[in-house]
Design a protein around this ligand. Structure first.
Ligand SMILES: Cc1cc2nc3c(=O)[nH]c(=O)nc-3n(C[C@H](O)[C@H](O)[C@H](O)COP(=O)(O)OP(=O)(O)OC[C@H]3O[C@@H](n4cnc5c(N)ncnc54)[C@H](O)[C@@H]3O)c2cc1C
Length: 453
């Protein structure tokens, strides 16, 4: 079965062993990769179901209180999942939304249907790893994990914490061609004739009782179809010129795909495949692929191999030492979390970036660096800076609660994946950014006007 399909087996690992024998269905526990197309975990689950000659079921578990999630995130996610359910049902695959503690829900469900195998998608963040280890302690059903998010599976690209892009890049490049292949069509043999289960999405939203303080945004329409439209729009209108324009926050020069990538409504590998085919200058394609593959997969590497990814403890030793020396340097400005949150600082550029995130659900990538570095400069210590930056980013960014966010913040505040720079107050040897530097790069007044009105 597998030999006839272009499926690289290194994408999969057994995280709970045992012989896989045909009993009830194969279950795909969908979590990070919330899509039907271009999903290696779903493809693997179909292949295993066909091999065992059993049906397939897809299950999503809705946790009662996912850390940091609010109505903005849940609205985007549930609308995307409603589309997933429709596509699966059309393809003869039942979908179940389970509510409650995820490990417990999956355990009960898989026991009830006497599952032959549980397939899940890889996620380096602790919350998901905890769910899986709780499940594996309880179940006797084999559990296989597929990295459907990275082009090169995280554990295969490197077995250790990497120093930076310069150490991960050659490792990825060496094996890229054996992973960057197009997705095969796999037809499920045992389709379900009728699927009576229609999820009540509104009830699910009510059950979550999510805070509506942060409203859904209009700029991003959720779902796989919308994600594909956004990709096509980027390739047609903005890929050409990306290398130059992406660092100017007054231009719409980025792809704006991060919300779709974060929720797994779009596959990064699909983006790479389409970008490679596009009639655009090589420099633009290379710049995009460097961000999409090397930088993004470096963030997964950081979170997977460094348990302190969201804390001071995760910083490299040289950064911890420089912070130790400069910890008590006098700060000219100090703000509370609330003052940051309502964009009441003395700096209109920082306030504009904060409001761009609050109002649109996405801050420009260049401004994210400036924004986080100023939080370091205007808080009492790096630990507080990390806490504030993560809180705000996770609360307002549609792509928040992502390895890219934890890594980007740790890069800005804790020198992760960076090198030591000439020493200066508060920052020590952490790379510094300032208003004048931004002014030299782009029209800051225009950006301020765009976001402060
Ligand atoms: C302080 C700080 C916080 C950040 N928070 C997040 C976050 O919460 N979620 C998030 O997805 N990204 C985050 N980033 C990384 C980056 O800024 C965003 O991925 C990017 O701006 C998203 O916009 P885009 O999709 O238009 O990017 P594009 O420039 O079009 O890039 C395409 C894709 O490449 C990846 N990518 C781009 N830049 C980076 C990077 N520096 N590191 C890792 N992957 C990258 C993303 O998946 C992105 O969607 C953060 C960076 C910093 C410095």
């Amino acid at each position: 079965m597998f030999s006839r399909v272009n499926f690289n087996k290194h994408r999969v690992r057994e995280i709970h062993g045992g012989e896989v024998r045909p009993r009830g269905p194969v279950i795909y526990w969908m979590s990070r990769d919330q899509r039907v197309s271009d999903n290696w975990a779903l493809i693997y689950a179909k292949l295993k179901a066909n091999e065992l000659n059993v049906p397939l079921r897809v299950v999503f578990t809705l946790a009662p209180a996912f850390p940091g999630a609010n109505l903005r995130h849940y609205d985007f996610m549930l609308k995307g999942l409603a589309e997933v359910e429709r596509s699966l049902v059309d393809d003869g695959i039942p979908f179940n939304l389970l509510r409650g503690e995820p490990a417990e829900q999956i355990w009960e469900f898989s026991e009830r249907v006497e599952a032959s195998l549980i397939v899940s998608d890889f996620d380096p963040l602790w919350v998901k790893r905890d769910w899986k280890s709780q499940l594996n302690q309880r179940t006797s059903i084999p559990h296989h994990e597929v990295d459907a998010h990275n082009v090169v599976p995280c554990w295969y690209a490197s077995p250790k914490l990497e120093f930076g892009a310069y150490t991960l890049r050659p490792k990825i490049k060496k094996v890229l061609s054996s992973f960057l292949t197009d997705y095969p069509e796999v037809t499920l043999r045992n389709k379900s004739e009728s699927n009576p289960h229609h999820t009540r999405w509104h009830d699910a939203l009510v059950w979550l009782n999510a805070s509506d303080e942060v409203k859904p945004v209009k700029d991003f329409e959720p779902g796989e179809k919308a994600a594909r439209k956004a990709l096509d729009d980027f390739i047609t209108n903005r890929l050409r010129g990306y290398a130059e324009k992406r660092n100017d926050p007054t231009l719409d020069g980025q792809s704006n795909l991060s919300p779709f990538l974060h929720f797994g409504q779009l596959s990064a590998q699909r983006v790479a495949i389409e970008v490679l085919k596009a009639p655009a200058p090589e420099a633009d394609k290379e710049a995009l692929l460097e961000e999409l593959i090397v930088r993004r997969e470096l963030a997964d590497n950081f979170c997977y191999y460094n348990p302190g990814y969201s804390r001071f403890a995760g910083f490299p030793d040289w950064a911890k030492e420089t912070h130790r020396i400069h910890r008590f340097d006098v700060r000219e400005y100090l703000y509370t979390l609330n003052e940051f949150e309502i964009a009441h600082t003395h700096d209109p550029l920082w306030n504009a970036a904060q409001l761009q995130m609050v109002n649109t659900g996405k801050m420009h990538g260049y401004m994210r660096m400036y924004w986080a570095k100023k939080i370091l400069e205007w808080t009492t210590c790096p630990e507080e800076a990390m806490r504030f930056a993560i809180y705000l980013n996770d609360k307002y960014s549609l792509d928040g609660r992502d390895p890219n966010g934890y890594t980007g913040i740790a890069w800005s505040i804790g020198g992760v994946h960076d090198r030591a720079w000439p020493e200066r107050p508060i920052f020590g040897k952490i790379r510094y950014m300032n208003f004048e530097g931004c002014r030299r790069k782009f029209d800051v007044e225009k950006y301020i006007k765009m976001n402060l009105g």
